[in-house]
Design a protein around this ligand. Structure first.
Ligand code: ZN
Length: 294
């Protein structure tokens, strides 16, 4: 049985405090989101609309601790015309993420670090703003953490995935001296490790906060929703689905063993869960509602 929890304001683990912020919702093709899984199976988990699209959350995580204020991913941003907003079923207010942060007393200037899991437009769309002087980083004082392998891929993607990248989302970061390109599994701040995975796109990185009170992992597109916990449920977007499968197995095995709290970026209904291995498969043991804005 799944139990429901709610953390009204924030959640503390060790010296880190976490809050969820939202850049709204959009919609993606349900078939593409579930790969080879037949629709009668996936639509029981996440229903499709009349155009076969599923609702997808655009969650970001704010982590404060050790004198740092860290934002994980930046949402989909505002640089979309009416036709694109309609195609992607965008359900968000203009500037939603920045407004939510501002309402919580968090200015753009106060963010010290941004960890970009990868540069797909629904993760990096809010990284840069269209200023009078051209594109500029939305968080002007932040250091920007990214895997070097992904940075290189995003600037020279394949024909298969080039539609997922918009160079205006990230090219302005190259003009700063605050782009931190890391290689491999690195502890970038005390307790915060970024773990590279390559099945979804080369050099995506999974932020993991390891504290004396437990571990919190932000799943990005490795496991986009509760439904994707089951190992064979891999999105058709993934460039290397067998690699995704083994990377999921590796992370979920650790998560069962050490009772990780797993945070979902895209699940429309659930913000986080813990997992168990039961009846021959990984399953959500508890789902949690953090302080998701209503
Ligand atoms: Zn992605």
């Amino acid at each position: 049985m799944r139990r429901e929890f709610r953390f009204r304001d924030s959640m503390q683990l060790g010296n880190w405090t976490f809050k969820i912020f939202s850049d709204g919702f959009f919609r993606l093709d349900g078939g593409a989101s579930f790969g080879i899984v037949p629709k009668p199976m996936w639509e029981k988990q996440i229903p499709a609309d009349g155009r076969n699209r599923i609702r997808v959350a655009l969650r970001c995580l704010l982590a404060e601790g050790h004198g740092r204020r860290v934002l994980i991913d930046t949402g989909i941003g505002d640089r979309w015309d009416a036709k694109q907003r309609e195609i992607y079923g965008m359900d968000r207010r203009a500037g939603q993420l920045l407004t939510e942060l501002g309402d919580a007393g968090i200015s753009r200037e106060s963010i010290t670090d941004v960890v970009l899991t990868h540069l797909h437009f629904d993760h990096a769309g809010g990284a840069c703003l269209d200023m009078a002087s051209g594109m500029a980083p939305a968080f002007p004082r932040a250091r920007w953490w990214l895997q070097r392998a992904h940075w290189e891929w995003a600037r020279n993607p394949s024909e298969r995935d080039q539609g997922s990248f918009r160079p205006d989302d990230f090219e302005a970061l190259a003009d700063t001296d605050r782009l931190e390109l890391v290689e491999g599994n690195v502890e970038i701040l005390p307790g915060l490790r970024v773990s590279p995975v390559g099945g979804h796109t080369p050099g995506m990185q999974i932020p993991e906060f390891h504290t004396e009170d437990g571990t919190l992992v932000f799943l990005a597109d490795l496991i986009p929703s509760v439904a994707h916990i089951h190992l064979p449920w891999v999105a058709g977007f993934d460039l290397n689905p067998l690699l995704t499968l083994s990377e999921k197995r590796q992370l979920l095995s650790r998560a069962v063993e050490d009772d990780y709290l797993l945070v979902f970026q895209h699940d429309p209904d659930h913000e986080a869960c813990r997992v168990t291995f039961q009846d021959g498969r990984f399953q959500a043991r508890e789902t949690l509602t953090l302080n998701q804005s209503e």
